[in-house]
Design a protein around this ligand. Structure first.
Ligand code: RB5
Length: 148
């Protein structure tokens, strides 16, 4: 799978580790930065990852900042992005299966690297169910987005 990944300084180390983990699993990783741990701004990476997903250069996105929250707020401002902070494997896969989450946000100051890999694997291996009730709910989410 093609996966876009980005992080600010708070998420840089974990982003590097997750990119290596994903490559080892055979995925194609598009790393939009940051490329070092100097202070940087999470909205820049949210925009870059969202651009790859919406432009169909990547199927899924991953954002890492200190808490996951700032990157998630920024990503969800972009129409078509369904981002969520998840630090557990259940919501990481169910968020895709039921809610078509397309950007996973992680907080490097919260989650350890081992669990982060498991959460990322749960997210990447999950597929949207296409169940009628979930499609209906997604349509309603889209309506909210269109209205806003
Ligand atoms: C940066 O210090 C920090 O605020 C950022 O990485 C993130 O945690 C924001 O949500």
């Amino acid at each position: 799978m093609k996966i876009a990944i980005g992080a600010d300084h708070g998420g840089f180390d974990l982003k590097e580790r997750l990119a290596a983990f994903l490559r080892k699993q055979g995925h194609t990783v598009i790393d939009v930065g940051a490329y070092d741990d100097r202070p940087s701004d999470y909205p820049d990476f949210a925009l870059a990852v969202a651009g790859k997903v919406l432009g169909k250069k990547a199927v899924r996105g991953i954002l890492v900042c200190g808490s996951g929250v700032g990157a998630c707020i920024a990503a969800n401002k972009i129409p078509g992005i369904r981002a969520a902070v998840s630090h557990d494997t259940f919501s990481a896969h169910q968020g895709v299966e039921d809610d078509a989450m397309n950007v996973l946000c992680l907080g490097a100051r919260i989650i350890g690297p081992q669990l982060a890999e498991e959460v990322v694997a749960a997210y990447i291996n999950a597929r949207f169910s296409h169940a009628a009730r979930h499609r209906r709910r997604l349509q309603k989410v889209k309506k909210i987005e269109d209205k806003a």
